[in-house]
Design a protein around this ligand. Structure first.
Ligand code: KG4
Ligand code: ZN
Length: 342
């Protein structure tokens, strides 16, 4: 009988639970927290409270949707970090309680490894394409931007990282400046479709590290463009929204692809994946697919439901760890920063 894993994700503002049998996803329930929209960003204290309200019904629904009772679960995988400490605490404490009460092994998962391993989840009615090892993954989320060399499900090397803001942050912060709702990424994606990507030019970074990124200069350049233009015409943003979004998005994509292409060349790797919330961006998805066609890569673009935070990716990471006997101690506590758990 295949291993059955319950995955629990609570690192930021989505409470999610999923059940996986082998690598096949039986259920994946996500409760997103609308409470943050009116503040234009995630408020950690409110996120923790919403996780507390959501976690029992979300886990319950995931088990029911999968038609699996708790006594059939072989291991409980949970996000240990990185993320908001209060949010992580809710998921970790709940996972521990459930594990102790039902005598089920507990498996800690690194959220970022989860995003990458979402490429190995299959659906009940079809297998999804899986990259071959070693492959390169451009991991682009709200908090992280990295190029990762993935040697196996459990062995990953970060070969490049952002030295300041993440790509998702660049989307969200620039959206906020334009008065767009949070999270800004999907809104910019939608508006960019109507705009001219060459209408505005924003600063591109020169970063020392060969595969490292920087997005804070772009954010400043965007801010100055808006500030100067609004002095001349108070309706500037309103009139140019689509062009601003298209130009910003295409600059972010150019920055991301430039280093990714360099990394594939230097390492001679042709299986290239993208993962994380920003991999939902339609422009980025097209650009990576196009770069792949031109350069003979096999590209792996995740289904939209596996791009933003979800517990299916935590369950698949837990699956690989559990198979290797990597069981966590019941005294385990969450870790907010990535460096502490790699
Ligand atoms: O991976 P994720 O759900 O959470 C973190 O682990 O951070 O990523 C969230 C980020 C946010 O910054 C959000 O604006 C961005 O992903 N995002 C997008 C799109 N959908 C989500 N950015 C650009 N285009 C999108 N379609
Ligand atoms: Zn994430």
């Amino acid at each position: 009988m295949d291993i059955t894993i319950l995955g629990i994700e609570s690192s930021c503002d989505d409470t999610s639970a999923a059940v996986l049998r082998g690598t096949t996803l039986l259920s994946n329930v996500i409760a997103s927290q609308a409470v943050h929209v009116k503040y234009g960003g995630v408020i950690p204290e409110l996120a923790s409270r919403a996780h507390q309200q959501n976690i029992i019904p979300v886990v319950d629904t995931a088990l029911k949707d999968a038609r699996v009772s708790i006594d059939k679960i072989d291991a409980i995988a949970f996000t240990r970090g990185p993320g908001l400490l209060g949010s992580l605490l809710v998921g970790t404490s709940f996972a521990k309680g459930l594990a102790i009460a039902n005598k089920i092994p507990l498996v800690e998962v690194n959220h970022l490894q989860g995003h990458i391993l979402s490429h190995f989840v299959d659906l009940p009615d079809r297998e999804l394409p899986h990259p071959e090892f070693p492959f390169l993954c451009l991991l682009v989320s709200g908090g992280h931007t990295q190029i990762v060399k993935v040697n196996s499900p459990l062995e990953m090397e970060i070969i490049g990282s952002t030295i300041d803001d993440a790509a998702g942050e660049a989307f969200d912060k620039c959206a906020k400046v334009m008065g767009l709702p949070y999270p800004g990424g999907p809104v910019i994606d939608r508006l960019a479709k109507e705009g001219n990507p060459k209408a505005f030019t924003f600063a591109k970074p020169h970063v020392k590290g060969e595969f490292d990124y920087s997005f804070s200069g772009l954010k400043t350049s965007f801010l100055y463009t808006l500030r100067d233009a609004v002095k001349e015409d108070a309706d500037f943003v309103e009139k140019n929204k689509a062009d601003l979004c298209a130009s910003l998005q295409s600059t972010i994509i150019d920055i991301l692809l430039d280093k990714l292409i360099k990394a594939t060349k230097l390492l001679g790797i042709k299986d290239v994946a993208i993962a994380g919330g920003v991999s939902a961006n339609s422009g980025l998805r097209e650009a990576v697919a196009e770069a792949g066609r031109r350069r003979g890569w096999r590209t792996f673009i995740p289904e939209l439901k596996f791009t933003t935070d979800n517990a299916a990716m935590i369950a698949i990471s837990g699956y690989y760890r559990y198979k290797q006997g990597m069981i966590s101690d019941l005294g385990i506590s969450p870790v907010a920063r990535l460096e502490e758990i790699l």
